[in-house]
Ligand binder design. Structure first.
Ligand code: GUN
Length: 291
């Protein structure tokens, strides 16, 4: 079997178009402009790229974008004071603090200082609890994007066997909650899982979110399964020239695509959906704030 490619880039484009149309309506009918504030502490190059891309796309859909770039040595008190100011700013509907934070800052404390209603990452402990109990919450963007692609491809996911590889708070755990919410039978596999290949071979849906380049080979994939690759790994590509890199996912694309029924590519799969979902979450936060 040769897998159908799930085009996350195109899908993200349609999500952004829908968000932009809604923003236009909010502006003209209600005189409201959704606003997203992104806070970046330090100069991590990958984070800088993400933040720039988020800011650009926020403006493109007609929203207000505010970026706060803070020195790597910013104190916890100063960061918390900025978040407090943003929590109380009525023109800001979504707040995102780019992770990872420098070591001297307590990530949990910082995330939990964001107003849950403005927590467009869905990382606040209240949103985590609401998602886990099936209540209305802000849903983390990457797993939300994966779920949207899965629903679009399959329609109903009810009764499917899903294996999520990776147990991070950002992707693995919320992904498992979302799949459970759609009535999948869910397994969370991780570095201590016994016989990972056998566990993955049972899956109708495989979500790989471990951050290890090309870790999942094709012979772990059940014939016809859907493979969602969350990994974005930069590996050396000497064939492209000295010092060059290329992006690969957490699955070995060529061999997995031979067995899967459908697969997301890297790049152009999950990545673009994450930012599109951030914009959708900001719109949702704005609509909830304004009744
Ligand atoms: N760093 C890597 N992924 C994310 C994300 O989804 N949100 C935030 N805030 N930081 C990240």
């Amino acid at each position: 079997m040769s897998a159908q490619i799930i085009d996350g880039k195109a899908f993200a484009g349609t999500v952004r178009e829908k968000v932009a149309a809604h923003v236009t309506k909010l502006k003209s009918e209600n005189n409201i402009t959704p606003g997203l504030a992104v806070v970046l502490v330090g100069e991590d190059p990958a984070s800088q790229v993400y933040v720039r891309s988020k800011g650009k796309q926020t403006v493109e859909v007609g929203m207000k974008s505010v970026e706060h770039k803070l020195d790597v040595e910013t104190s916890e008190a100063d960061l918390l004071a900025l978040i407090d100011q943003l929590n109380n700013d009525d023109s800001i509907h979504g707040i995102l603090v780019q992770l990872p934070l420098p070591k001297h800052l307590d990530e949990d404390l910082v995330i939990n200082s964001i107003s849950p209603a403005k927590d467009v990452d869905g990382f606040h402990i209240s949103n985590v609890g609401l998602l886990g109990t099936g209540q209305k919450s802000m849903v983390p963007c990457t797993p939300l994007g994966c779920l949207m692609m899965l629903r679009d491809h399959h329609g109903s996911l009810s009764g499917m066997d899903a294996v999520v590889i990776g147990r991070s708070n950002i992707v693995g755990k919320p992904m498992a909650q979302l799949l459970l919410g759609d009535s999948c039978t869910v397994t969370i596999a991780h570095s201590r899982t016994k016989d990972l290949p056998e566990v993955v071979r049972r899956a109708d849906i495989v979500v790989a979110a471990v951050g290890r380049p090309e870790m999942v080979p094709g012979d772990w994939i059940k014939e016809g399964a859907t493979v969602i690759d969350v990994g974005i790994n930069r590996i050396p590509a000497p064939e492209k020239g000295e010092g060059k890199h290329r992006l690969v996912g957490d699955v070995d694309y060529a061999s997995c695509a031979e067995r899967a029924g459908a697969i997301t590519p890297v790049p152009g799969g999950v990545g673009p959906m994450t930012i599109a979902c951030l914009l959708a979450n900001t719109l949702t936060a704005c609509c909830r704030a304004n009744g």
